[in-house]
Design a protein around this ligand. Structure first.
Ligand code: NAD
Length: 489
């Protein structure tokens, strides 16, 4: 069986035998073991990253020198991405078609941030003071701690690592204890591709054991976290104690508003992809369907027909449309939410616990509830699984009120053939990303992140690298300095 250890200063290493089993969700069997890190491991990784930062081989490389290294990494990924696929699938059960789709494009994120690095440099500023020049410098923080979840470890890592490295920081990554293997494989590959030793380090283990030790470490200068809002709150509190800035990408309960005039086939495809791709285990899952009353019955019937026809199977099989959930505890959690929704009076039109019954592995099928009211937990809490909560509306104002009736604000969708109405509703939805007649795209040029309980700070977009830089003003006098205490005349 494969055994993974931490990756620190360019070497796979562990100082204790403590391990965590990683279970393949398609079979329910342990497929690899990873090191169970502790505060001493966190300290070793932080020191390695700090030495690499202070040695200057990275931060003091010119920005275009770092861009060259990131481009080499992108080239290497473009030819070697296939060797990362199995590790991620065995850990989180994501379907091979999705993982291939993400990984064949991984190089693109690093290329983008290489190009962004080339734009960096001090900026001269104009000022009101005679004989003095001023400029703003943009400096890396030092060691960045990047904490990632299990659903898309390497893609989410690219959104953190690309800009953090472009800015000249060094990084310690703490992947999810449930899906660490692909990050470890990636770190080794990045090292082979020429990333200097100590610039990227990975420690594995539980959040409360090693994750928190990293956030609280005295050498930590910035934290970037993606995960649940419960985890995010703890990380933000720990970071605040050390006055360390943190970016939080948290969960969501995203609405999809479908008007009667929506192009039906597009809207059905958009709602299906929003909630059932990756079995709903995506932060932007469109888990609340808010559909205009006159079409609600026929729209949901259409969705049901499509959802029922989705093929369960082994995630390694390209024909599979619904794979397992990522782990057993998560399956139990989602199943409990489904049972609770039934008990609270929601009407279950498609019950994924039944369609998946008897399967080996952590399978759960698409699940659709109607008659969901905003008081129900299913409306309010993130499920992070293939469970759609449906309600209907009578007019635009009510649709907006329902869409915003959530503590979260990560994403949303609007489906209508009236683009003016679409924009009006999109503008009124309190979320970091809203799609009109479209769902789910991400691109380096567009920021992503949440409002309300979905977090703060943004990833990607025009300021992605700036988020990993500190501004510093430098003033240079070119004229005589006036006596500050002149004699009165
Ligand atoms: P999680 O919060 O349980 O864990 C995320 C990471 O945080 C893991 O590496 C975990 O070990 C670590 N962690 C947990 N507690 C910690 C602590 N006290 N200190 C330091 N680290 C700690 O989340 P998860 O179950 O792995 O991921 C699913 C969640 O991630 C969902 O809520 C989902 O919406 C969210 N997510 C958000 C985005 C986004 O971009 N907004 C993207 C993907 C996933």
């Amino acid at each position: 069986m494969k055994q993974y250890t931490h990756f620190i200063a360019g070497t796979f290493t562990a100082e204790t035998d403590a391990q965590i089993d990683s279970v393949d969700p398609a079979t329910g069997r342990v497929w690899c073991r990873i090191s169970r890190g502790n505060a001493a491991d966190a300290d070793r990784a932080m020191r390695a990253a700090d030495s690499a930062f202070r040695a200057g081989e990275w931060a003091e490389l010119t920005a275009s020198g770092r861009a060259d290294v990131l481009e080499r990494l992108a080239d290497y990924l473009e030819t070697h991405w296939q060797q990362l696929v199995e590790a991620e699938m065995r850990d989180n059960g994501k379907r091979i078609t999705e993982v291939r789709g993400q990984f064949s494009g991984l190089h693109m994120w690093y290329r983008h941030f290489a190009a962004e690095a080339r734009k960096l440099g001090p900026e001269p500023q104009s000022n009101r003071i005679a004989g003095v020049e001023s400029e703003t410098q943009f400096l890396p923080y030092g060691v960045v701690v990047a904490i990632t979840p299990w659903n898309s470890p390497l893609m989410i890592l690219a959104w953190k690592l690309g800009p953090a490295l472009a800015a000249g920081n060094t990084v310690v990554v703490k992947p999810s204890e449930l899906a660490s293997a692909s990050t470890l494989e990636f770190a080794s590959l990045a090292h082979e591709a020429g990333l200097p030793t100590g610039v990227l380090n990975v420690v594995t283990g539980y959040g409360h054991e090693v994750g928190e030790a990293l956030v609280r470490h005295p050498l930590t200068r910035k934290v970037t976290f993606t995960g649940s809002d419960a985890g995010g709150r703890k990380v933000a509190a720990a970071a605040a104690e050390g006055v360390v800035p943190a970016t939080l990408e948290l969960g969501g309960k995203s609405p999809q508003v479908v008007f009667s005039d929506a192009e039906r086939a597009n809207a059905v495809n958009g709602v299906l992809s929003g909630i059932f791709l990756s079995n709903g285990q995506t932060c932007v899952a469109g888990s609340r369907l808010i559909v205009e009353a006159p079409i609600a019955g026929s729209f949901v019937a259409h969705l049901l027909e499509r959802a029922r026809a989705l093929r369960f199977g082994d995630p390694m099989d390209p024909a599979t449309q619904v794979g397992p959930l990522a782990n057993e505890a998560h399956l139990r959690k989602v199943t409990a939410i489904i049972e609770q929704a039934k008990a609270q009076g929601a009407r279950c039109l498609l019950d994924g616990t039944r369609t998946a019954a008897g399967r080996v592995g952590f399978y759960l099928g698409p699940t659709i509830f109607t008659d969901v009211t905003p008081k129900m937990q299913l409306w309010r809490e993130e499920v992070f699984g293939p469970v759609l909560a449906v309600t209907s509306f009578d007019d635009e104002c009510q649709a907006i009120a329902l869409a915003n009736d959530s503590d979260y604000g990560l994403a949303g969708g609007v489906w209508t053939s009236d683009i003016d109405k679409g924009r009006r509703v999109a503008n009124a939805i309190n979320a970091g990303t809203v799609y009109i007649n479209h769902y789910r795209s991400v691109d380096p040029g567009s920021p992503i992140g949440g409002m309300k309980r979905s977090g703060y700070g943004r990833e990607l977009g025009p300021d992605a690298v700036k988020d990993f830089l500190q501004d510093k003003s430098v003033w240079t006098g070119r004229a005589a300095v006036a006596d500050p205490f002149p004699e009165p005349v």
